[in-house]
Design a protein around this ligand. Structure first.
Ligand code: BGC
Length: 740
C-alpha cells in the first residue's frame, strides 16, 4: 500500500513539476516592483510561513488547535472566512500586518452569493431574467456592501451546471445550460471585480465548485459524479473557462469524486486544464475541508497524504482543515512534495493579495457601512431584480394582472408573511427585518380601497391542517385568493436534496381545498428549484413563480401582480412532470429510437410523456408575441465564418413588454452524436403594443465547436437546423450548412 502511494506520488511529482511550470508561466506579471516584493517575501519565508499562507481558517475556529491571534502572529494563517465584523477584521489584520514577522496581510472571504445586506433573488431566480446587465449590477452592489463589511473575496459565482432538481444546490447556479451559464459567469465576475480589484468597492470572485459537482448522483449532495470526459468538457467546464477568461481571481475545487478522482486532488483538472490550457493565473481554494475529505473518499491514506495530493494537484489554499499547515513543511523536507509547489501556490496567493491592494490598504474603513448598506439605490435595484426574475407560468383568461377595482383579496399560505424564506439560502449578512413580505407589499400596492384577509393556512412542513378552517374562512370573505406557497428557505441549498418535488408539507392539500371554493385563485410559488406542480398547473388559473426573491420580494411581486411591471422571466432549468423523469434537460441526445407514439419500441415511458412539465426557456407575459419571417441570411458558410439569421418579433397583445428571444441549433450529424438542441444566442427586447422588431443573430462558427471523436475541440462541416423562438420547445425552423 505504502509503496503504491509512494509510486503514485512520484508520478504525480513528475506530472506536477510540468504542471507547475505551466502555472508559474501563466501568472500575469504585475508591476516589476511588486514581483520583486513577492520574490523577496518568498525568499525570506520559512516553510511553515508558506504553509500558513496556504491555510484558511473559519471565524468559528473549526479544526483549530491554537489561539487565533497567536497563529496569525506566527504567520500560520493566510486567510479567514465567515468573519463579518469589520472591527474584528481590522483587529486581526493589524496583528498580521504589524505583529507577524513578514507583515503579510490576511484575505477575508465570505459566501456573498446573492447580495450582502441587500439580498437579491437567489441565483437560479435571477438567471430567469436573462438580463446580464442586471446580473452584473447586482454583483457590483454585493461587492460594494461586502467590502464595506470588511470582505475582500466572495465564494461566488457558483457556475455548476445542474440537470437534477433533486440537488438542493441547483438554487445557487444559473441552471442547466452551458452557454447561458458561461455568460452569467462572466457577468458575475465583472460585477464583483469591476475594472480594478484594488478599488474600495470591488471584491475577488471565486468560480466554484470545480468541477462537475452539479452532477452528484441521484441529486444527493456531495455524492459521486461519473460523467464522461466529453460531457465534462462540452457541458460542465465552459462556465469555468468563461469565468477564467473574464479574469476571476480565484476558483474553488469541489467535494465530489469525478470518475474516481476527488476534485480536490484532481491534477488533470486543476493543473493541466485550468493552468495549462486556460492559463488561469489566480489561486485555487479547496472547499470546506475537501482536502482532508480525500481520506473518507478512499483516495488518501492519512492527512499527510491528503495534503500532498491536494497541494501537488494544484489546490493552493486549504479551507478550514489543517492538513497543509500540519504536514506540508515536513513533506517538503522529506522531498515528497516539491518546494516549488509551495512557492507557486504562495506566489499566486500573494499575487491576488497585491491585486486587491491589501498590501497598501490592509484595513477597511469602519464607517462606510451606514452609507453603503441598504442604500436606496441598492433597494431599487433589488426590486428591479425581483420583477425581472419572476416567471409567469400560467395565466388563464388573463386573470393577472389583478384589477384595481378589487375590494377584497385573501392572501393565504405559509409564505405570505415569511421573511427568512423570502431571503433564501446563503445570505449570511441578511436581516429578517429588512424584508418586505408579500403581505406588506400587497397591502401597500392595493391601497386602502381593498381589504386583504390574511391566513397562514398551514406550515411548509408536517401534516397539520389545523389552519385550513381559518384560511377557508378568509377565502370565503374575499373576491379573489392569492396563495403564497412553496419551498421554505431550508428546503434547498447545501445538504438539502429532496427525493420528492411537490409542494412540501400539507400545502397541496390546502391549495386543493381553496380551489374547491370556486373563486379565482392566483398562486405565487416560492421555490429554489423546479417543482413537479402538475395538479397546480392543471387546475389553478394563474401561477407566478417567485423563487426566493430577497428583501424586496413583497414589493417586486406586488408590482407584477398589479401589472405595474409586465413579467418576462423565463426558466433556465427544465421542470419535470415527475422525479422519475430526472435527469431531464432540453439539450439531450436523440437516441436511435426517438419517441414515436405509434411505435412501442421507441425511447419512452409507459406511464408518462417524455416531455417536461415546462421546457427550458419557458415563461409568459401579460402580452403576446408573434414570431415570423425567419431569414437564414447565410445558408452556406465556410469554416471559419459567421452564420447570420434573423426573425421578426411582434407584440400582438395590448401591453408593452420584454421578450427573451432565443436561438437554438442542432448539428445533425457529428463524429460523435450531438444534442437535439443547443442554445447559441438570445436577446431580451422591449416592444410596445403592435411594434415589430427584427432580431439579428451572428453566430461565429467557433461557437459551434464541440469535443469530437478524437477529443479535439472542433467545428465539423455539415447540416444544421436553427430555430428562433420563445423557448426551447418552440420556434421557427431554418437550415444552414457548414463547409470546409
Ligand atoms: C460550500 C461552499 C462554500 C464554503 C464556505 C462549503 O460547504 O460547499 O460553496 O463556499 O462552504 O462557506
Amino acid at each position: 500500500m505504502k509503496r503504491a502511494i509512494l509510486l503514485s506520488l512520484c508520478a504525480l511529482l513528475i506530472v506536477l513539476s510540468l504542471g507547475c511550470q505551466h502555472g508559474s508561466r501563466s501568472i500575469k506579471r504585475l508591476d516589476p516592483a511588486i514581483e520583486a516584493q513577492i520574490d523577496s517575501l518568498l525568499a525570506r519565508m520559512t516553510l511553515e510561513e508558506k504553509a500558513g499562507q496556504m491555510s484558511q481558517k473559519s471565524r468559528l475556529g473549526e479544526d483549530g488547535s491554537g489561539d487565533i491571534e497567536t497563529e496569525i502572529r506566527e504567520g500560520r494563517i493566510g486567510s479567514f472566512l465567515n468573519l463579518q465584523d469589520v472591527k474584528a477584521r481590522n483587529k486581526l489584520q493589524r496583528i498580521a500586518v504589524e505583529e507577524s514577522r513578514l507583515g503579510i496581510p490576511l484575505i477575508f472571504g465570505l459566501d456573498v452569493i446573492h447580495g450582502q445586506r441587500t439580498v437579491f433573488p437567489v441565483p437560479l431566480g435571477e438567471a430567469a431574467s436573462w438580463d446580464l446587465d442586471l446580473m452584473e449590477k447586482t454583483a457590483a452592489v454585493s461587492a460594494r456592501e461586502a467590502r464595506a463589511m470588511g470582505i475582500d473575496w466572495t465564494f461566488s459565482p457558483m457556475v455548476d451546471i445542474a440537470r437534477d432538481p433533486r440537488w438542493g444546490r441547483i438554487v445557487e447556479g444559473a441552471g442547466e445550460d452551458p452557454y447561458l451559464g458561461s455568460l452569467i459567469a462572466r457577468a458575475k465576475v465583472r460585477g464583483y471585480q469591476g475594472r480594478d480589484l484594488a478599488a474600495p468597492d470591488t471584491i475577488a470572485a471565486c468560480l466554484k465548485h470545480y468541477a462537475v459537482y452539479g452532477a452528484s448522483q441521484a441529486g444527493r449532495d456531495y455524492h459521486t459524479t461519473e460523467v464522461p470526459m466529453r460531457i465534462v468538457r462540452d457541458v460542465y467546464l465552459p462556465p469555468f473557462q468563461a469565468g477564467v477568461e473574464e479574469g476571476a481571481a480565484t476558483l474553488m475545487s469541489g467535494f465530489n469524486d469525478l470518475n474516481g478522482i476527488p476534485t480536490s486532488g484532481h491534477s488533470f483538472l486543476l493543473t493541466d486544464v485550468l493552468r495549462g490550457q486556460w492559463g488561469f493565473d489566480g489561486f485555487v481554494v479547496s472547499d470546506w475541508r475537501s482536502v482532508k475529505q480525500m481520506i473518507p473518499h478512499g483516495f488518501a491514506e492519512d492527512q499527510a497524504h491528503a495534503a500532498a495530493l491536494g497541494a501537488s494537484a494544484g489546490v493552493d489554499m486549504e479551507m478550514v482543515s489543517r492538513t497543509y499547515l500540519d504536514h506540508l513543511p515536513d513533506l517538503v523536507r522529506r522531498r515528497v512534495v516539491l518546494r516549488q509547489v509551495l512557492d507557486t501556490a504562495v506566489r499566486r496567493i500573494l499575487h491576488v493579495k497585491y491585486r486587491l491592494g491589501l498590501f497598501d490598504n490592509p484595513y477597511v474603513n469602519e464607517n462606510l457601512q451606514e452609507a453603503v448598506l441598504l442604500a436606496p439605490a441598492h433597494r431599487d435595484l433589488a426590486r428591479q431584480a425581483v420583477r425581472e426574475s419572476l416567471v409567469l407560468l400560467k395565466n388563464q383568461n388573463n386573470l393577472l394582472p389583478l384589477s384595481r377595482d378589487l375590494k377584497s383579496v385573501a392572501l393565504i399560505g405559509p409564505l405570505a408573511q415569511a421573511r427568512r424564506d423570502l431571503i433564501g439560502t446563503w445570505a449570511p449578512a441578511a436581516e429578517d427585518g429588512d424584508v418586505v413580505t408579500l403581505l406588506d407589499g400587497l397591502k401597500k400596492a392595493l391601497g386602502e380601497t381593498c381589504r386583504v384577509h390574511y391566513a397562514k393556512g398551514c406550515q411548509t412542513e408536517g401534516d397539520s391542517t389545523d389552519g385550513f378552517a381559518e384560511a377557508l374562512e378568509a377565502a370565503g370573505r374575499s373576491e379573489l385568493i392569492i396563495l403564497a406557497v412553496g419551498e421554505s428557505e431550508s428546503h434547498n441549498g447545501e445538504a438539502h436534496s429532496r427525493t420528492e418535488l411537490g409542494l412540501p408539507g400539507p400545502q397541496l392539500q390546502l391549495v386543493r381545498e381553496i380551489h374547491k371554493i370556486g373563486k379565482p385563485v392566483v398562486m405565487v410559488l416560492f421555490a429554489g428549484r423546479p417543482l413537479t406542480i402538475n395538479w397546480e398547473m392543471e387546475h389553478i388559473p394563474a401561477i407566478l413563480l417567485a423563487w426566493h426573491p430577497g428583501i424586496e420580494g413583497g414589493n417586486g411581486i406586488a408590482d407584477v401582480l398589479l401589472g405595474d411591471y409586465n413579467p418576462a422571466g423565463k426558466i433556465t432549468v427544465t421542470f419535470p412532470r415527475s422525479v422519475g423523469q430526472i435527469p431531464i434537460y432540453y439539450n439531450e441526445k436523440n437516441t436511435g429510437r426517438p419517441i414515436r407514439e405509434e411505435d412501442r419500441f421507441t425511447s419512452k415511458y409507459i406511464d408518462s410523456p417524455n416531455t417536461p412539465l415546462l421546457p427550458f426557456g419557458y415563461g409568459l407575459s401579460y402580452t403576446t408575441f408573434e414570431y415570423g419571417n425567419l431569414k437564414v441570411e447565410t445558408p452556406n458558410v465556410e469554416i471559419p465564418g459567421t452564420v447570420k439569421v434573423s426573425a421578426d418579433i411582434t407584440n400582438t397583445g395590448g401591453r408593452a413588454g420584454h421578450e427573451v428571444v432565443q436561438l437554438y441549433v442542432r448539428d445533425l450529424v457529428g463524429s460523435v452524436t450531438r444534442p437535439v438542441k443547443e442554445l447559441k444566442g438570445f436577446e431580451r427586447i422591449y416592444l410596445e403594443p403592435g411594434q415589430t422588431k427584427t432580431v439579428r443573430f451572428e453566430i461565429p462558427t467557433d461557437a459551434l465547436r464541440f469535443w469530437d471523436i478524437n477529443m479535439e475541440f472542433n467545428v465539423e462541416p455539415g447540416d444544421f437546423h436553427i430555430w428562433i423562438g420563445p423557448h426551447s420547445a418552440e420556434g421557427l425552423q431554418g437550415h444552414f450548412r457548414l463547409t470546409n
